[in-house]
Write a protein that binds this ligand. Sequence first.
Ligand code: SF4
Ligand code: SF4
Length: 383
Amino acid sequence: MSQDTQPLVSLPIIDNGGDGAMVDVEGPRAATSMRYRRAPLATPEEQFRVLNRVEISVGPTRTGSFEADLEAAGWPVLQPAQLDIFQINVGKLCNMTCRHCHVDSGPDRVDENMDRETVEACLRAIDLSGAKIVDLTGGAPELNPHFEYLVDACVQRGLHVMDRCNLTILTTRRYQHLPQWFAERGVEVICSLPHYRKLNTDAQRGKGTYEKSLEALRALNEAGYGKGDPRLQLTLVTNPVGAYLAGNQASLEAEWKAALARNHGVYFDKLLALNNMPMSRYLEWLEQKGQTAHYLSELVQAFNPGTIAGLMCRNTLSVSWDGYLYDCDFNQQLDMKMDLPAGLRPHVRDFDLTAWQQHIVRTERHCYGCTAGAGSGCGGAIA
Ligand code: SF4
Ligand code: SF4
């Protein structure tokens, strides 16, 4: 059976902790996690080997070394600006297994979920950080047993909370209350939907994703999301279904709004168009299609110096499920821990704002995914 025709299957029973309840959620699958398959590319070392080995066409003005191209653009080092966003990846567990996932998430990753002690350490660090936005991601962050506790603790602190939601989780029985629950707390919901067409979305995220996504969007609309209320923002995230750069965000947003309203009576506020990062399962897909050199060349040739000041590693820090600190969620998945001065341990329990402000961001070739074209980050296009 090809991956495209895999049926919806039940997830393993997941111990949801806390109240001892058990969760049995279903999710569309386009693939299986690389870790589950013990694929060589599951390790950061192998991903770096592939990225650094590939022969790319750099064009007349670029080098193919991200550090050298940064320096030529007037940035001998990449340093943070102001810490605005405290991003927490609460775990790799997900009810889905999308083909492009840069986290290599899936239902088999039950053992990588943030515990309550680390959640409390995050809250202490947030208080010290001055960040006004808390960005919760995963996996499917809602599957973490401390998710609602963490959201409430942040809302009580007056912080703006963003939940990066895969939509399909909101259609499962245990999580159907979340649209209303989010609305009561003013949580911004940022939802991934590769395309407003069924074929493209299901190809990347698994058969059945599109219908479930529409069902979830309707539930969010019913809760008041997506209708222009600044307190109930519904943001969609699209990334190309193929080996090319994200299109123009503003024109895609207009096209998507019209198509989803016309075809399904579904509404949202904002669209973010992201580039796929050449890593993890997307890198595996590029390798399978023989497209790695082509895609890397495209990213390098599209290097845009105008995106550097706005890179998310300059205003965001990223915490992993086990509390380690990274410059961004991409570096996190490549196990590139934050390089702090004076040998300070890059862990949320030891968070120090001054050390964060003084540190130098770690970069590698995958970073070209953030600087290509209009640029790309968790907040969408940059330039
Ligand atoms: S892309 Fe998102 S929804 Fe898909 S497997 Fe990864 S974390 Fe889950
Ligand atoms: S991947 Fe992007 S956000 Fe992360 S360090 Fe590189 S340029 Fe910065």
